[in-house]
Design a binder for this molecule. Structure first.
Ligand code: NDP
Ligand code: DGY
Length: 330
């Protein structure tokens, strides 16, 4: 067995994870595992106590790994492995300063997340939750020519904010629906990614003005925080549909609410929100033209299993001082 100093390396796992990942960790003979064995988030005090003295940490996107946690962990901590592609919950500067390596789980969740993004887009623009509700509540009285109409993808312009792994996978899935034009925005043009969709790199304002569908698939950074705000929504067409499967904080939710209530945009579909969970009395939940999902982008059995195994293998490789299957370059 791999030993660090006088015993097995110690790792802390902040949640119940798919059994394949836990099996990979426990069968490696490299580490002893302490785990918060619950489907619910670990209380902050338990997290601070749990990481103390550990060599490795396997965490989730709902765990804020900041200076306080790193200080509580102490100098043993060398590897953080997050069960996510997003890493905005990690204080990367602090982590880097301490020489800690980070593993994450991109790529393997791209298909599932893109699929969910398309599902959410279609559910939103064709008003599926509202229609299902009408069937149940007796609102379906007859076939009505003017009833439950929405917007379709055929001949449309789609704007992708962040043409990364998931953004490209969304565009690839939307193209066969007859999309006429793809636009994208980001920190720089990506001709090698855009060529497949003949997508035009445009400023954010132009993307808002010209898109029938806006799909947000960027990472959350200081630059993207609150990027979809009043100015952005005011530029969008009244018939346009806004979809966000990245992180809730990319959107100013008060501005989105106003845009939806005032008819500035037609509808929104969100897989992510601020905070998560969104309180059940949140104003956005009162709107028929807003479809909100509980952050299920990567939630297929196969994908969550693969994420758990990859995060375990990242952690194990890091503990052994080897190159990780998927390491975040700090
Ligand atoms: P990538 O790193 O491949 O893509 C992120 C994209 O964000 C890049 O193309 C980047 O473009 C873009 N970006 C960065 N800054 C800006 C900016 N200022 N304006 C517009 N775009 C910008 O990551 P993934 O595609 O794998 O994942 C993206 C995000 O999706 C994750 O960070 C995570 O937050 C979220 N996610 C959500 C899931 C869910 O369940 N809903 C599941 C998985 C991920 P550039 O290179 O030009 O900077
Ligand atoms: C991620 O991986 O960042 C998602 O939000 C959850 O899969």
């Amino acid at each position: 067995a791999w030993r660090g100093g006088c015993g097995l390396m110690q790792v802390f796992v902040t949640r119940r994870i798919p059994r394949e990942g836990l099996a990979a960790l426990s069968q490696a003979g490299v580490c002893s595992i302490q785990q918060w064995e619950s489907d619910e988030p670990i209380p902050r005090s338990e997290l601070l106590a749990g990481v103390a003295g550990k060599h490795g940490l396997l965490c989730l996107l709902s765990d804020r790994i900041d200076k306080e946690v790193l200080d509580a962990a102490g100098s043993n901590l060398k590897i953080i492995s997050t069960l996510s592609a997003g890493f905005d919950h990690l204080a990367l500067e602090e982590i880097k300063k301490r020489g800690i390596r980070v593993g994450y789980t991109p790529d393997i969740l791209t298909d599932a997340t893109a699929e969910l993004s398309v599902a959410l887009l279609l559910a939103t623009c064709r008003r599926l939750p509202e229609s299902v509700e009408e069937v149940k509540n007796g609102g379906w009285t007859t076939w009505k020519p003017l009833w439950m109409c929405g917007y379709g993808l055929s001949n449309s312009s789609v704007g992708i904010i962040g043409l990364g792994r998931i953004g490209q996978a969304v565009a690839r899935r939307l193209k066969p629906f007859g999309v006429k034009k793809f636009l994208y925005t980001g920190s720089r043009p990506k001709p090698e990614s855009a060529v497949e969709f003949q997508a035009d790199f445009v400023p954010l304002a132009k993307l808002a003005e010209e898109s029938d569908f806006v799909v947000v698939t960027c990472s959350l950074t200081p630059d993207t925080k609150g990027m979809c705000n009043k100015d952005f929504f005011s530029r969008m067409k009244k018939t346009s549909v806004f979809i966000n499967t990245s992180r809730g904080a990319v959107v100013n939710q008060e501005d989105l609410y106003q845009a939806l209530v005032s008819g500035q945009i037609a509808a929104a579909g969100l897989d992510v929100a601020t905070p998560e969970p969104l309180p059940t009395d949140h104003p956005l939940l009162s709107l028929k033209n807003c479809v909100i999902l509980p952050h299920i982008g990567s939630a297929t059995y196969a994908t969550r299993s693969a994420m758990s195994v990859l995060s375990a293998n990242n952690l194990l490789a890091g503990l052994k001082g080897e190159s990780m299957p998927s390491e975040l370059q700090l």
